[in-house]
Write a protein that binds this ligand. Sequence first.
Ligand code: ATP
Length: 220
Amino acid sequence: MSKKQFAIIGMGRFGSSVANALSEMGFDVLAIDSSEQRTQEVANIVTHAVSADSTDEEALRALGIRNFDVVVVAIGENIQASILTTLILKDLGIPVLVVKAQNELHGKVLQKIGADKVIYPERDMGLRVAHHLTSPNILDYIELSAEYSILEIEASRSIIGKSLKELDVRARYGCNVMAIRRGESMNISPDADEPIADHDVLVIVGHKNDLTKLELAFSK
Ligand code: ATP
């Protein structure tokens, strides 16, 4: 199977960090930005860096954008350009179209016009930081949908020494412990009878309301 081909449009902080990470993972990345300077800045990192206006359909066609498996639109402030670009790419039949939204309304429009995934990096990071700040043993908080999230929580005094069976997370809180991280190792099928150790990290999936209750109980 050939490697996936990625194109990233918009080399702001977010777009360039996605491009950078994909390149480091060994993928071919085409970086596009209307600013010559921005394209220059990533030229040494990605496979190809091109200066083009993504609202110009002909320019995108000329770059062979239709051959890419995944296109990420990381234009933030210029909402009009983001929407036009998404429309053009959708019409061109890009298999997976991921678009960064500036706010909820922008995100709704992107969804309506066919973006496969709408991402809100600032909002999501804000949420994660807020959860971490309110309870320091919350290490991460990842929104899966409007209703469900994943929580990474370090074992607090109230749960150390207890087993998953004793804690009975599913019946008491309606959540599922998917994995337990202990040091470098990740156990994805945790033993229900094994006591939770100091510094264990529980990875829990559940409804947001249920996770909030669990967060309160497990933070003590
Ligand atoms: P970040 O927060 O990730 O830094 P941002 O949300 O502030 O980004 P912008 O700076 O508005 O987003 O846009 C990101 C990049 O997209 C900029 O480098 C800009 O030059 C580029 N860009 C804007 N419009 C277009 C367009 N029509 N075609 C190609 N690139 C564009």
